[in-house]
Design a protein around this ligand. Structure first.
Ligand code: ATP
Ligand code: MG
Length: 620
């Protein structure tokens, strides 16, 4: 019962008791005497008793109310703590709570995963000692001290980025949101920390790629046209040189033209390379063998003050890349290293196998998570400040004197590695040196290995070649060259013409086609259509410009060789023989005898069957 009800009841009871006592005593004594006095006293005693009873019960009920209130408050507090713990536990970001001096009070599971330090190790430790590299600690503490008053004034907290150190020494880039919490005299700083290393690396790679793409669009088209012109010059100049070889002044001029054309070809090739439009011919490469060759070359040409060391993994996988381009990329890196060690130093060439998860692959800008062959080129030269490291892959960025460096070296390396589906990473410390790491995809299957042709000897042939080239001048030039090598030529200005020739049943042994052609069908599609109809057909591609990546090729023409423009007669001759004489396809299966023979055999079979049916008919 409520206290107010009790009181009313008690007072009513007292009135009743007093009235009854008075009436009774009056009736007994018929007047006011001792009996009434006794009755009044009894009523007073009852009233006091009731009042005390009421007071006691009020006290009791009040105590109970307070106890219940306290229990409710405790429950609310427990619920709220539980909810906070659940929020911390399920948050994707790591939670770190410190006091105002940086001593860790709370450390979530995600914080363990992010930093490598367990909760047990972290609690009670100084957060700066735990997560900041030694040389940066003092600066970081100063920054924290400056942030603290700002944090106290802002109830919603502050967001900032910082570079932390994982327990294993790796650098982690984080984004933190911090807020101050005051509980009585205690001050706590709550931090939610997010790992943005991967995101930043991906963004940087994307910006770099977009920049390269934009320049690629511009240069790629120009270089394509330029290459066609150069093909005519470099090809025909040999004929001229031959004609004027007995006239020294004219012979000198032809030599000058030839050299200028070669320089033009080299520049076009650099432009295409950084634009990732280089016509690449990837194949399996033993990178150890390549690095041993490079080391020999460097030993012979570099100053003796530079020591050259190789650390090659004996169990290195085969890489899948263009051998020629890889050689020049490595040479570029070695030359840069030499330039950074003008007073001498050590150049170390290392190879190792690496398996990348998504995080590592993204960090180096590699195409996908998986197996890669790593080539490391390390020098202990001047090194670079961060501001320069950020720009080294930019085309035409050079710190070298005018005339000493074009600034295209590293952009070419970058373009080549990315076009090959690989990645590149650089680490540099001023005064201590620079390390470049190149990651190339591991070769998946055995691909055609070039057979050992003598590079210098020009060998022709008598086979028939269907030559598809949309540029009139180049087509004329190639036709002349092919004829001079002894081949029969069927020229076609585009894929439609070529398909018409094939449809007529004209026999030919090899399809020699440009990849990039005006009109609907490009060289690759043409080759695919023809190979589908004639699996024995040999194909040789030519291009000054690669639109598609090697990975995008279909299996039918995947192993077909590619002759990059501009080319000389000797290269054309060598590639033709290589294609015509190869007896196995890209996966090592034997290819049937060339098409013209096959066509003759088919013709023979057709004749046979028509003779047979004629005979059958005549027998009827
Ligand atoms: N190993 C290295 N050590 C120090 N700095 C380097 C190193 N490699 C490259 N650099 C810096 O990067 C810049 C760009 O290099 P890149 O190879 O692209 O051009 P370059 O060497 O200046 O000219 P090019 O290669 O066209 O002759 C260099 O000028 C140099 O400042
Ligand atoms: Mg260079």
């Amino acid at each position: 019962m409520k206290p107010r009800g009790l009181l009313t009841l008690a007072m009513a009871a007292q009135v009743v008791v007093t009235a009854v006592a008075l009436v009774a005593s009056y009736a007994v004594a018929s007047g006011f005497g001792i009996a009434q006095l006794v009755a009044l006293l009894a009523s007073a005693a009852v009233a006091v008793l009731l009042a005390r009873l009421c007071a006691r019960s009020i006290e009791l009920s009040q105590d109970k109310g307070i106890a219940m209130q306290l229990a409710e408050q405790a429950q609310t507090r427990a619920d709220s703590a539980q909810m906070t713990q659940a929020v911390i536990k399920t948050a994707l970001d790591a939670f770190v709570q410190t006091d105002e001096t940086g001593i860790v009070l709370e450390w979530s599971l995600q914080a363990e995963a992010l930093t490598g330090w367990s909760r047990q190790e972290a609690i009670g430790a100084d957060v700066v000692d735990l997560l900041i590299a030694e040389p940066l600690r003092a600066g970081f503490r100063q920054r924290m001290m400056r942030l603290l008053p700002e944090l106290s004034d802002t109830p919603i907290g502050i967001r900032f980025e910082a570079s932390l150190r994982h327990r294993n020494g790796d650098e982690i880039l984080i984004e933190a949101s911090s807020a101050v919490l005051r509980l009585g005299s205690r001050t706590m700083i709550n931090n939610f920390v997010k790992d943005v290393t991967q995101k930043r690396a991906a963004e940087e790679q994307l910006i770099q790629s977009q920049k390269m793409d934009a320049i690629g669009q511009l240069t790629g088209g120009i270089a394509h046209e330029f290459n066609n012109m150069l093909t005519v010059i470099t090809g025909t100049i040999e004929i001229l040189a031959d004609a004027v070889k007995d006239d020294p002044p004219l012979a000198t001029i032809t030599k000058l033209i030839s050299e200028a054309a070669d320089r033009g070809a080299a520049l076009t090739s650099s432009l295409l390379s950084f634009a990732r439009k280089q016509a690449l011919l990837p194949a399996e490469i033993d990178v150890n063998e390549l690095l041993e060759e490079l080391a020999k070359l460097l030993l012979a040409t570099f100053d003796k003050k530079i020591e050259i060391v190789t650390k090659l993994d004996g169990k290195i996988w085969l890489a899948f890349a263009d051998r020629g381009q890889l050689s020049s990329a490595l040479l570029n890196l070695a030359i840069n290293a030499r330039d950074a060690m003008s007073d001498g130093g050590k150049l170390t060439l290392t190879t190792r196998n690496v398996v990348f998860g998504v995080r590592e692959a993204v960090a180096v800008g590699a195409g996908y998570a998986g197996d890669y062959v790593e080539i490391e080129i390390a020098d202990n030269g001047t090194g670079m400040p961060q501001a320069i490291v950020e720009r080294i892959f930019d085309p035409f960025f050079s710190t070298k004197e005018v005339g000493k460096g074009t600034g295209l070296g590293l952009s070419m390396v970058f373009g080549f590695v990315k076009q090959s589906g690989g990645g590149i990473k650089v680490s540099s410390a001023e005064g201590r040196g620079t390390t470049f790491m190149i990651y190339l995809p591991k070769a998946e299957s055995s691909t055609l290995r070039p057979t050992g042709y003598d590079q210098r000897k020009v060998v022709g042939g008598t086979e028939t070649i269907l030559c598809v080239e949309d540029d009139r001048d180049v087509r004329q030039y190639v036709t002349v060259q092919l004829k001079s090598l002894g081949y029969k030529v069927l020229p076609a200005a585009n894929a439609t013409e070529a398909l018409a020739i094939a449809a007529e049943g004209t026999p030919f042994d090899l399809l020699f086609t440009d990849i990039v052609m005006a009109g609907g069908i490009n060289g690759r599609e043409l080759a695919e259509q023809m190979v589908a109809a004639r699996p024995s057909l040999r194909v040789l591609f030519t291009s000054g410009y690669a639109y598609d990546s090697p990975h995008a090729q279909s299996r039918a023409t995947a192993g077909a060789p590619l002759l990059t423009k501009p080319y000389r007669k000797a290269e054309l001759a060598r590639m033709l023989r290589r294609s015509l004489d190869t007896a196995v396809d890209s996966v090592g299966d034997p290819i049937p005898t060339p098409y013209s023979v096959q066509a003759e055999a088919e013709g023979f079979l057709r004749k046979q069957s028509s003779d047979d049916s004629a005979a059958t008919r005549s027998r009827k």
